[in-house]
Design a protein. Sequence first.
Length: 95
Amino acid sequence: MGTLGVSYYYSPAFFGDTGRADYYELNGSMPFPVGGATLSGAIGRQSLARKSYGVDGYSTWNTSVTVPVYRDQLSFDLRTWAPTRTQRPPASATT
């Protein structure tokens, strides 16, 4: 049987002078029926209070296959991941 989880991380003063930051994640894993390997993955969202380098947050995802190499003490994890940054539209000027 697999697992499904959620994670939340909070920082009141994130680096880069961005102020508050929140990170939300949905993750899960499923063991293969033979060989002890596990398939896992996650999707997440980082939100920033203030823009840093023109970005106010980003989304992340990852998938992996983990294979035991030596008993339960050593494993090999092959993972792919990527962030996707987002930008707020510029504020419209009013005269």
